[in-house]
Design a protein around this ligand. Structure first.
Ligand code: 5GP
Length: 188
């Protein structure tokens, strides 16, 4: 009997929206979901491990993979390149695995074009005011950086109109339940 193919869930959300915590909890509660590990040219942050958080590669290595059409999608974000390797996605989907890709909007829309069956979910902040408050609360960035991030957030929220679902992260547990409902309805 042929194995039923897995589904591809693409999750995006602007910085400061709490997407990291949300996904971490979602995966802990649903070990049947596999998370894709992207390749990136950005430097590891403290605590990040190569092969776990990302595959950290040089710009030359990345561009060689682009040239060899190894990415299902890739995009430049904040001056760095990020990409999803096609072979890994295909191998796992064919095994029947349900995959989560946590990527930004340009890459997400490329995936939807190539794989119309993929499910795009955008995580929204409760409000722009709340998001601005969270970004400023980090206290690590100057005004120009914060304004740049807010501009990017508005652009991404505009893009979310092309997504299949939006989930508001007003309350962590509630948002997870909503995400689980969407995923269960799709893989049923
Ligand atoms: P960070 O540098 O904060 O880890 O990620 C920056 C942005 O890149 C986030 O919006 C994240 O979703 C996105 N991203 C991570 N991996 C990929 C990828 O493989 N492709 C694309 N298009 N975006 C990615």
């Amino acid at each position: 009997m042929e194995t039923k193919k897995g589904k591809l869930f693409v999750i995006s959300g602007s910085s400061g929206v709490g997407k990291g915590t949300l996904l971490k909890k979602l995966i802990e509660k649903n070990p049947q979901l596999e998370v894709s590990i992207s390749a990136t040219t950005r430097l590891p942050r403290p605590g990040e491990v190569d092969g776990i958080n990302y595959f950290f590669v040089s710009k030359e290595e990345f561009l060689k993979e682009v040239e060899n059409s190894e990415f299902l999608e890739w995009a430049e974000f904040n001056g760095n390149y990020y990409g999803t390797r096609q072979a890994w996605v295909e191998r796992n989907i064919n095994k029947g695995k349900n995959l989560i890709l946590e990527i930004e909007t340009k890459g997400a829309l490329q995936i939807k074009k190539k794989l119309p069956d993929s499910v795009l979910i955008f995580i929204l902040p409760p409000s722009m005011e709340e998001l601005e408050h969270r970004l400023r609360g980090r206290n690590t960035e100057d005004e120009e950086t914060i304004q740049g991030r807010l501009h990017e957030v508005r652009r991404e929220i505009e893009c979310s109109k092309n997504y299949d679902y939006t989930v508001v992260n007003d309350d962590l547990d509630r948002a997870i339940i909503e995400l689980e409902k969407i995923i269960k309805a799709v893989i049923r």
